[in-house]
Design a protein around this ligand. Structure first.
Ligand code: ZN
Ligand code: ZN
Length: 155
């Protein structure tokens, strides 16, 4: 039988999916992997400030249609990366298209490419900013990621 290897985009997108499983928010389970030169800089999932109450143990704290308890996955990945330094021109692998706030922060720290699985609430101004900053947006649908990972004989 032919042995297939995961392509890099599927490899890191699958990691973002796995990382989303650590999310503590009930409304959306989001994962992010920041990558440069095919090496992981940092990872993040959406969750509360460390040591404070989780949405999974209470209800979400929803204001204006958003859960305000959590830090978004992208922000957590940026903060984790900041501890060691974030190199410029990295790729962000995200389970959901980044919100406007996360978009601004990703751009500000040098994101040059975004690979997203879910076309979740695609904000017009976020898309405008990516275009202005000449950031490549790549949609990698869940079916493609799943099809790539089920090739393994472990799952
Ligand atoms: Zn929540
Ligand atoms: Zn966000």
């Amino acid at each position: 039988m032919e042995t297939k290897r995961l392509a890099w985009d599927e490899y890191f997108a699958a990691q973002a999916l796995l990382i989303a499983n650590r999310s503590t928010c009930k409304r959306a389970r989001v994962g992010t992997v920041l990558v440069q030169g095919n090496k992981v800089i940092s990872t993040g999932y959406n969750g509360s400030v460390s040591g404070t109450e989780h949405c999974i143990d209470h209800d979400c704290l929803v204001i204006d249609g958003h859960c305000v308890r959590t830090l978004h996955a992208e922000v957590n990945a940026i903060l984790q990366g900041a501890e060691r330094g974030i190199p410029k021109d990295f790729t962000a692998y995200v389970t959901h298209f980044p919100c406007l706030n996360c978009t601004k922060q990703l751009l500000q720290v040098g994101c040059k490419r975004v690979v997203y699985i879910n076309e979740y609430r695609m904000d017009d101004y976020a898309r405008y900013l990516y275009k202005e900053k000449e950031v490549e947006l790549v949609h990698l649908p869940i079916e493609k990621v799943k099809a790539a990972i089920v090739e393994t004989d472990l799952i």
